[in-house]
Design a protein around this ligand. Structure first.
Ligand SMILES: Cc1ncc(COP(=O)(O)O)c(C=O)c1O
Length: 400
């Protein structure tokens, strides 16, 4: 096709391609992977999963793999609602939509809320997958700072007041990762969560709360999610099996005002969320003690977090700073002034370590001073060694 360009939607033409995945694949294979936001391989319940899969499919029969699914597929939704209820998020079947990972839930929120040019509030830094979904729908991204206490509600209020005063288009949506933010690892405090809901009410926007890591707190007290505090339908809460079971099952959910859920379902138009995956995971959830599994995972991630932090304390040069996550997969490293994380990536690959540089987590060109270190995937010794290798490159770059 010669004139492909002319056939593209305006969205696709404006967005183009960014090649991030290609960039990752081109790196050396045997380097320590501090870039994957993946569960550690030993956490996958491979054997029990195989047994469960065959039993569940045979028990539900052809309907297990027909459009729609049968009992175990519905069991997935029932079990998910039950776990959400234990975290204070109350809803019934009309208020939940099971999706292909939380990524699809985020895309569906975009489908029903975002027109080209609409302003959307995002944390700075924030998850690049979320940012890319908003970009794909043509949103204009407005950054709100995140610090050790999570989303800075004072900065958000200032931004909203300023836009309101000059008559600018007001945002309809704010996207946030309240628990163990990807990439910063920080958690939004309860005071800020309440203030955020006040601002949403006052300025009339919805909040998309992405809670991919919320069940993985390994230190400190759980805080109620926005979805648990909200009583006015201001929050669309999305979650996922990716980080607590396996990304490959591609199962997530959105919980929101049933009117929004109904709209999202109209735009889903995908023949239904994979009935076979729902059947297998539904049966798995009915068989395992999920609380015990979560405890095991929390221990696994705490050990990896400890390895990362101890190695940073031991090896990182003066002038580096990092966050101290109480859950989830990530810590966020800030470099001494004058260093550039993108420029260091080839040297890191040579040294045998792969972190992610910070730029892709911002929508305004910042991030040169940062690396996201994901401690979730390698074992603790490799996490320690990976951080030590990063520190060697940073020290060398400071001398260059
Ligand atoms: C904050 C956040 N949200 C969503 C996702 C995507 O999750 P899923 O596999 O459920 O689509 C990720 C994956 O890394 C994530 O870090």
């Amino acid at each position: 096709m010669k004139n492909l360009e002319a056939l593209l939607s305006e969205r696709a033409r404006v967005r183009g391609v960014d090649g991030v995945i290609g960039g990752i694949r081109r790196q050396k294979k045997d380097a320590i992977p501090l870039h994957y936001g993946y569960p550690y391989p030993e956490s996958y319940p491979l054997e029990s999963f195989c047994g469960t899969a065959s039993r569940a499919i045979l028990r539900d029969g052809p309907e297990a793999i027909n459009y729609g699914g049968a009992d175990f597929a519905e069991e997935f939704e029932r079990r998910t609602l039950k776990r959400l209820a234990t975290r204070g998020i109350q809803c019934d079947g009309d208020g939940i939509l099971v999706t292909s990972g939380s990524s699809q839930a985020i895309n569906l929120v975009c489908s029903i809320l975002i027109d080209v040019g609409d302003p959307v509030l995002v944390e700075a830094p924030s998850y690049m997958g979320g940012l890319n979904s908003f970009r794909n729908f043509g949103a204009r991204l407005l950054s709100v700072e995140v610090d050790e206490d999570g989303l800075c509600t004072d900065a958000l209020r200032d931004l909203l007041v300023e836009r309101n005063q000059r008559g600018a288009t007001m945002p309809k949506l704010l996207y946030c990762i309240t628990n163990f933010n990807n990439p910063s690892g920080s958690t939004t405090t309860l005071t800020r969560r309440r203030e955020l809901l006040n601002l949403a009410r006052e300025y009339g926007f919805l909040i998309l709360e992405d809670d991919a890591y919320g069940e993985l707190r390994f230190e400190g007290e759980d805080l109620p999610c926005l979805g648990a505090i909200d009583t006015e339908g201001l929050v669309i809460h999305v979650g996922s099996m990716s980080k607590i079971l396996a990304p490959g099952v591609r199962l997530g959910w959105a919980v929101a005002d049933p009117r929004l859920i109904e709209m999202m379902n109209v735009h889903k138009a995908d023949g239904g969320t994979n009935p076979m995956a729902r059947t297998i995971v539904g049966a798995y959830l009915a068989e395992v003690d999920m609380q015990a599994r979560l405890e095991e995972l929390r221990t696994g991630y705490r050990l990896r977090r400890d390895a990362a932090i101890e190695a940073m304390e031991e090896y990182m040069p003066e002038g580096c700073a990092w966050t101290y996550p109480q859950g989830g997969y990530f810590t966020w490293l800030t470099l001494p002034a004058g260093l550039d994380s993108d420029e260091m990536l080839p040297k890191m690959a040579e040294e045998g370590v792969r972190p992610l540089s910070g730029r892709q987590f911002y929508c305004d060109g910042r991030g040169a001073a940062n690396f996201r270190i994901s401690y979730s995937y390698p074992d603790p010794d490799d996490v320690r060694e990976g951080v030590a290798r990063m520190a060697r490159v940073i020290r060398q770059s400071m001398k260059d």
